[in-house]
Design a protein around this ligand. Sequence first.
Ligand code: ZN
Ligand code: ZN
Length: 580
Amino acid sequence: MKKLFVSVFAVSLLFSCNKSSKTAVDKALNEKFDHYKNNFVDNLWKLYPGWASGVGFHKYDSLLVVPNADQRKKELDFANTQLDSLKNYNFESLSDNNKTDFQMIKNQLEGTIFSINELKSSEWNPAEYNVCGVFAEILNGKYDSLDIRLHAFNIKMNNIPAYYEAAKKNIKNPTIEHTDLAIDQNIGGSAVFEGELNDALSKSKLSQAEKKEIQDKAKVSVKAIKDYAEWLKNMPNKTPRSFRLGADLFAKKFNYDIQSSYSADEIYKIAVDHKNDLHDKMFVLADKLWKKYNENKPKPADKLDLIKQVIDKISLQHTTPEKFQSEIEKQIPELTAYVKAKDLLYIDPSKPLVVRKEPAYMAGVAGASISAPGPYDKNANTYYNVGSMSGWNAENAESYLREYNDYILQILNIHEAIPGHYTQLVYSNQSPSIIKSILGNGAMVEGWAVYAEKMMLESGYKNSDEMWLMYYKWNLRTTCNTILDYSVHTKDMAKEDAMILLTREAFQQQAEAEGKWKRVTLSQVQLCSYFTGYTEIYNLREELKKKEGDKFNLKKFHEKFLSFGSAPVKYIIELMLSEE
Ligand code: ZN
Ligand code: ZN
């Protein structure tokens, strides 16, 4: 692990010695580049109106793009034209902010070309075709009056039949997993055009004639959606493609999506070593805690069995379904006070985090998530959405609460809120870059939240053997996500072996492991983002600590790191080291 990292570092050091700080920042060029970026975004939204709506830019809400060959050609032309334009800017003369924006735009464009010409998921993933989500967002959005939104809804429906006809033309021996998902999600989603739409219409002041027009088009839309699902069910598919991406495509997708200084092969090896290291540390703690939780019961001979039995006992300490949300609310100010007292980083008090019950339209899966205001709606609240267990049977609620026991719940709050996602978002809003808001790097964002967990525990937060043991279990999840993703997509890992990895080696419940298996059959690379980002951030910190010795300041490191916004960690590393 160490050795590998040093070699990567040598490369970035070389980069910084040769190129940085010698070239002065060119003010005129940077102004020109700012102008270019605005232009790029304007054109991006014209080409991808659905993406625009998703980030809160509603000018093109009424447009539905038909995903046909013509559209793909437009996307390729756009990517090539923009890549040409980028050649007009001398990278070394750009400011730090523009350097990272430049790299992110370039990666986005190259990724588009890769996706259309090589990945070709438009052929094998029928679940890419689903209009229901964007229509639901128009109905649920609060950005404009209901009548204006319904008007956009109305016009947008015009292209639905052509949209699904194009989808049918694109699809060629799809995977069974994505086909089943497409059938479920399209049929489930079509409710938007029935009950949900009728509720909205009954509240609107549109003329009776327009209401009738909308209802008629909604019927045509539902028919197109259900026909698509039917077509998928009946499609002869004798040689379905495997859901496994294969080593070559996985490695490339990893490079575009994660933008790490590590390759997929490298991060996989690091994850395997890290898993073994975690097991060793967990055994020491569990062995020590055995007596406290099991009194005179004989210890199991198997290390992993022993760890599991201690974890199971500690997991019995948990809150109730009724108190789940208030428990989270109580911890937020405690975390803020702790970060301040320990001087770990500055937290801007002017943008408070609002804890709320998860709104009904957000799928209704239990759990926790952060809703942040988009780049076009900066003054809106940041919400911590907490799933409710109302309506769950006692057994499911108990299993969920054991998972999010008194220890893990605190780590979850560190991850989602302070100093994890919420704190990172406040910082990224302070270094405003529309590019980083819309192309924000998932591995940086998730990596920071995972790094924050470890950093808080290292600083002594709620220090106990139990806390560390449960933290290691939690960290095994992200570590094994990477091992699973890589092994399934590039090494043909069987489901049976995957379940052993998750339940035995990562101590997960059967239901959780089944869910993870489903996720890895439907996604590629995304499961690697948490561990990869975390590893890069942690190793950067350790390297700087070594270099700076007594001068190293943890608070300064955190604030500097976050000041670059949601850029890929590898570019932040280059910039931070070049300033050394
Ligand atoms: Zn219980
Ligand atoms: Zn997260």
